[in-house]
Design a protein around this ligand. Structure first.
Ligand SMILES: Nc1ncnc2c1ncn2[C@@H]1O[C@H](COP(=O)(O)OP(=O)(O)OP(=O)(O)O)[C@@H](O)[C@H]1O
Length: 246
């Protein structure tokens, strides 16, 4: 279980959120939702140690997360990636094995085989030697899921993995997340499509410059919480009038 306590993050002097406490259980898929600018990416960057936090702790099974960064896989937003770098798909997937190998060992036959197997699992075997910049958005997303697979991390964090991809690609990625869940990993997904929340996630964190609500989806995905995070208009679209007032 990933446990966050008293977390405060600010860019310059403006806090994005203050004193946040939330847990992400193992063996569950947890969605994080909230409006644009709510602090979702900031929260996961704080977990990953990619930004400086003003205060607070992030621990995995009571160990400070800083000590086990290698155990976290991160599938970042595609808009954040530089795709002009000349590297082929297989080489990108193999970078997922570096954390396990450490500084002084290069990937060998075993890592290559594992990477090819991961590419087969995401349905991209035929693209192994294609340049990374020559893939479609959905193919690219599956490459980064394959990279996370070979990393064999305990925690997998995905930032908007379903944006701009077709339904078969989305279903393929979801099937992999479900396999990770069955293996007891902690899976965290920043997500925008509210229609899928109740089918995709076990747990839900609703944010808007802080935590509006967190816990099992059935308890947290309510008109009241969505109104608090987004707007009454949105809750009215997603819920019947009876549900919206309950
Ligand atoms: N590097 C930065 N420097 C200054 N402010 C930033 C920086 N990154 C994000 N912010 C601000 O912090 C707030 C939270 O941003 P964040 O990216 O965490 O939101 P988000 O919930 O992931 O949004 P979105 O759904 O639009 O991706 C926003 O107001 C944003 O403008």
């Amino acid at each position: 279980m990933l446990t966050i306590k008293n977390l405060t993050v600010a860019y310059a002097a403006t806090p994005v959120f203050t004193d946040v406490a939330v847990t992400f259980p193992a063996g569950k898929i947890t969605g994080i939702i909230g409006p644009n600018g709510a602090g979702k990416s900031t929260l996961i960057k704080a977990i990953l140690g990619l930004i400086k936090v003003a205060s607070g702790t992030v621990a995995y099974n009571d160990q400070p997360v800083q000590a086990m960064r290698k155990r976290i896989a991160y599938v970042e937003q595609r808009k954040d990636l530089d795709l002009t770098f000349p590297i082929d798909v297989l080489a990108v997937v193999m970078t997922g094995t570096y954390a396990k190998l450490g500084l002084f060992r290069n990937p060998g036959v075993a890592e290559r085989q594992a990477s090819l197997a991961a590419l087969a699992q995401v349905g991209l075997s035929e693209f192994a030697h294609r340049q990374i910049g020559q893939l479609s958005g959905g193919q690219l997303q599956r490459v980064f899921v394959a990279r996370a697979m070979v990393q064999e991390a305990d925690i997998v964090i995905l930032d908007e993995p379903f944006v701009g991809i077709d339904l078969p690609s989305e279903a393929a990625i979801m099937a992999i997340l479900q396999a990770w869940r069955a293996a007891g990993k902690t899976i965290i997904v920043v997500h925008h499509d509210l229609n899928k929340v109740t089918t995709y996630f076990d747990e839900l964190v609703i944010m808007n410059h802080g935590i509006i609500a967190a816990g099992p989806v059935a308890e947290v995905y309510t008109a009241r919480n969505l109104t608090a995070a987004f707007s009454a208009d949105l809750a009215n679209v997603l819920f019947t009038p009876a549900e919206a007032t309950s």
